[in-house]
Ligand binder design. Sequence first.
Ligand SMILES: Cc1cc2nc3c(=O)[nH]c(=O)nc-3n(C[C@H](O)[C@H](O)[C@H](O)COP(=O)(O)O)c2cc1C
Length: 159
Amino acid sequence: MKKLLVYYSHDGSTKFVAEIISKIIEADIMELIPEENINITGIMKISWGVRQLITHPKPKLLRNNINPSDYDMIVIGTPVWSYTFSPPINTFFNEYKLSGKKVAIFCCHGGQKGKTIEKMKECLKGNIIIGENDFLEPLKYRKEENLKKIIEWANNISK
Ligand SMILES: Cc1cc2nc3c(=O)[nH]c(=O)nc-3n(C[C@H](O)[C@H](O)[C@H](O)COP(=O)(O)O)c2cc1C
């Protein structure tokens, strides 16, 4: 079975989780990189969040050679922005209409994940959701607990 891990990360948490999972399940990696660098600090998080809620941005992504259609199983990871998935993942859902895939989804957040997982599932209708999970700031808090949770989940979804 060909496996792909697709993710966007602004501050490194989702990247950290994605890299561990991809190694365990032996998946190729597709990092979503916006053409225009997104650099958000401090109070800008709120203005970006509000903007996102209103305009649902789909930032252009740098091209890469990976075609998700070639894969049987896809894991998708995102940070939570404004209680939902991040704009680059929005672009991904719009550019690639996945169907008939085994899909596992996860998000990293600061304690308010809102309906991120549910909203991702809505965009993935027609696929089989084989797993879902969320991680609270895995680089900042309870590192060992989070690491254990990541490893257990990766092993589960690859069964
Ligand atoms: C623009 C923006 C909006 C955010 N909105 C939320 C939110 O609604 N709920 C939450 O729990 N965390 C929110 N966060 C925090 C991130 O989800 C959290 O720090 C996550 O671990 C970051 O993942 P990353 O390091 O892969 O970018 C937001 C961060 C940014 C930059």
